[in-house]
Unconditional design. Structure first.
Length: 227
């Protein structure tokens, strides 16, 4: 059995409620191809597999977003990062995501011509490269693996999950942590700190980079890496 299989099995168990499962469900309105879920699942597997021997830090945020993992299958990673569109301006090369399989977008071009772009993802990846951190020493994840959306706004929206919903992510979070034993856990944002407190895992807290938190996040990341 693949070391990733227990996690993949947990990811198949979408919680009840308004959640999108990018690895096993198709976004019929916005996906380009019927095989989009399979593409996202293979991309997640490539991303994780290429870090099995090199990972040192696990960065965990709250939940998957529609501008990021909804279409890439990878937490805090947008299609523009995946396709290399953020390299000229932000210095984020596509090869930092994974290299063992071709990188593909799954959203329709009419949704966004160059692919979806997520502010948190851009800040996260840009900070890694600006600080000279090898992205293969970092694994990005979410306490709640799936994408919580607002049913009134549709799949291209985000919503804050409830405490009980976050607890539904504990089995998949445990399966993820079991893949990378010995790595330091970094809680990205206060909400994630609260989740990990309840989950019972030690962590290093950092400011969430969204909503004006980018400067403090970068400083904390620099201090942590140089410690």
């Amino acid at each position: 059995m693949s070391k990733l299989q227990p996690l993949i099995d947990e990811l198949q168990k979408t919680p009840d409620g308004p959640f999108f499962n990018p690895w096993f469900d198709r976004d019929h309105q916005h996906d380009r191809l019927p095989e989009a879920p399979k593409i996202r699942r293979r991309q997640l597997e490539a991303y994780l597999s290429e870090r099995l021997q090199s990972a040192k830090y696990l960065f965990i945020a709250e939940a998957l977003g529609y501008q990021g993992g909804h279409f890439t299958g990878i937490a805090m990673t947008s299609e523009r990062i995946l396709l290399g569109h953020h390299q000229p301006v932000h210095g984020i090369p596509a090869r930092g995501t994974f290299q063992s399989i071709p990188r593909k977008r799954t959203s329709k071009p009419e949704v966004n011509k160059k692919g979806m772009s997520e502010p948190t993802a851009t800040i996260m990846w840009k900070a890694l490269y600006n600080l000279g951190i090898d992205p293969y020493e970092v694994v990005l994840w979410n306490a709640l693996a799936w994408h919580p959306y607002d049913p009134q706004k549709g799949l291209l929206s985000n919503r804050t999950p409830s405490d009980s919903e976050l607890e539904k992510g504990f089995p998949s979070l445990r399966a993820f942590l079991d893949i990378f034993p010995g790595c330091k856990v970094v809680a990205v944002g206060r909400k994630c700190e609260q989740v990990l407190d309840k989950f019972g895992t030690d962590y290093i807290p950092v400011r969430h980079p969204a909503n004006g938190g980018a400067p403090k996040f970068r400083n904390q990341l620099k201090e942590m890496w140089n410690a």
